[in-house]
Ligand binder design. Structure first.
Ligand code: NAD
Length: 482
């Protein structure tokens, strides 16, 4: 049955006359009809958020925290339904949606509920001037929250939770490729008693409704997660409105560095996850590996064995480690890089072009085998551009300084992984890398109290506590004479 998605404005489900289609990536069949919203829907949603801001911005932190916790409760009560929807819409294994992504969506609300209750401001005193000063914060207004398709509910709630905890209201625009769990969230917001207009969700094409939203004069804040190309379009179209505040979480081409003393047997599973988790469709995946020349053969043997051992298949099969990629469009993009690798004379050690697809995969699904490529120049597009699929490029290095320079020689600067037992080296190299997050001997361990964001073309601004609150509020200084 095709699911008919509707917009959610002022706590009312509003159908639209035009739709776009969204497909189940495991079989290519039509899954959802998604509203093809336009300026009219954008104006209605922003107006609803602007009206709601007048009262929501005046509510107490306690009241907001109570509602955020109720939203978390409702998500937890509905984990199975949400996880199934996420896996069907995006293609990720059900075990990942159930045990990791949907619970994290609930935790995003719990985390910012606790944070707003514990949030403190600063004060300083200048006794010789008989004065003290303190800071206070006021919510900034209506925010537009735009999210991508790779971690749909997880990333959307990572924005909604701090936004409404801060006292702002919002209009959300999920990716047109994965609208389903955002649609299910609307019911949850109603059940949790969120007042009307505080969170509005409009669905549709980024180039159409996304553009209408970010350029709307009432949209004071734009929090965007997605590709660098889109981030730059948003920078350009909002350039004449310098008062509009932008938070941009963009693409990555993250290095993984394996030093001569790495414990490869211990870490190969985490290294494999850093390459292939969510079919490599995580902005934080390490997609170019630099391996000390003394360990390259061992590393490649282990990684290829790991990749070949992954079960690629139906997201709903409990044995599946990796589902399809999200869409036909994205499948074509990832495969075009693998074709280029073959043409550039690189060596493809396993995966696409080398191994057979397992029997029983739906031939209309967008499945790509975990693919390991070697024998590449640093300047190759495969080493420089974001492929965002289950494809890892591996090369060698000799010296620490050399690998730092080569790892930094890329337009992106989102994350890195280091694999070493040398503590001094781990700290030294982490400091030198131009990356927002560096993981040492692990991957994707997230403490939401830490700043999250990218250097260079990977974005601007940081998310997390208290960084998200800084984004959604204006800070004031008040000085008192005594
Ligand atoms: P995308 O940029 O194509 O789309 C992201 C969102 O922006 C979607 O909702 C889309 O509809 C909307 N959009 C598109 N054009 C727009 C416009 N002109 N104005 C306003 N909104 C517009 O990205 P994607 O393909 O959905 O996601 C993959 C990308 O996201 C990758 O580059 C990945 O690295 C990045 N990403 C970054 C992070 C991070 O935290 N840095 C996290 C996840 C994904």
């Amino acid at each position: 049955m095709v699911i008919q998605i509707t917009n959610f404005i002022n706590n009312v489900f509003m159908p639209t006359s035009n739709h776009i289609e969204s497909y189940d990536p495991s079989n290519g069949q039509l899954l959802c009809k998604v509203p093809d919203s336009g300026k009219n829907e954008c104006d209605m949603a922003i107006e609803a958020a602007a009206q709601a801001f007048k009262t929501w911005s005046m509510t107490s932190q306690m009241e907001r925290a109570k509602i955020l916790n109720r939203i978390a409760d409702e998500i937890e009560k509905n984990i199975d339904e949400l996880a199934k929807a996420e896996s069907q819409d995006q293609g990720k294994p059900l075990s990942i949606s159930t045990n990791f992504e949907i619970p994290r969506a609930a935790y995003n609300f719990r985390f910012f509920a606790a944070a707003i209750l514990n949030h403190k401001n600063e004060s300083t005193e200048l006794p010789h001037l008989k004065s003290f000063s303190y800071t206070t914060e006021v919510p900034s207004g209506v925010a537009v929250l735009i999210s991508p398709w790779n971690l749909p509910l997880y990333l959307l709630t990572w924005k909604i939770a701090p936004c409404i905890a801060s006292g702002c209201t919002c209009v959300c625009k999920p990716s047109e490729f994965t609208s389903l769990t955002a649609f299910l969230l609307c019911d949850i917001l109603l059940k949790a008693g969120l007042p009307q207009g505080v969170v509005n969700i409009v669905f549709g094409l980024g180039s159409k409704i996304g553009n209408d939203l970010v350029t709307h004069p009432e949209a004071k804040l734009i929090s965007f997660t997605g590709g660098t190309v889109t981030g730059n379009v948003i920078r350009k179209v909002t350039a004449n409105e310098p008062a509009k505040r932008l938070s941009l979480e963009l693409g990555g081409k993250n290095p993984g560095i394996v030093f001569q003393d790495a414990d490869l047997n211990k870490h190969i599973k985490a290294i494999g996850n850093s390459c292939f988790q969510n079919s490599g469709q995580i902005c934080l995946c390490s997609s170019r590996y630099y391996v000390h020349v003394s360990r390259i053969n061992e590393f490649l043997d282990l990684l290829v064995k790991h990749a070949r051992g992954m079960v690629v298949g139906d997201p709903f099969d409990k044995n599946t480690n990796m589902g399809p990629v999200v869409s036909k469009q994205h499948y074509d993009k990832v495969m075009s890089y693998i074709d280029q690798a073959a043409k550039l004379g690189c060596e493809i050690l396993c995966g696409e072009t080398v191994d057979e697809k397992p029997a029983g995969l739906n031939s209309n699904g967008y499945y790509i085998l975990p693919t390991v490529i070697t024998n590449l120049e640093d300047s190759s597009p495969l080493m420089q551009e974001e492929i965002f699929g289950p494809v890892v490029c591996v090369t060698t290095f000799h010296e620490e300084d050399e690998v730092i320079e080569r790892a930094n020689n890329n337009r992106y600067g989102l994350a890195a992984t280091l694999w070493t037992n040398d503590v001094g080296r781990a700290h030294r190299v982490s400091r030198a890398l131009l990356a927002g997050t560096t993981w040492i001997n692990c991957f994707l361990v997230r403490d939401l109290n830490m700043p999250f964001g990218g250097f260079k073309d990977s974005g601007a601004g940081r998310e997390g506590y208290p960084y998200s609150f800084e984004f959604f509020t204006e800070k004031k200084t008040i000085c008192v004479n005594y």
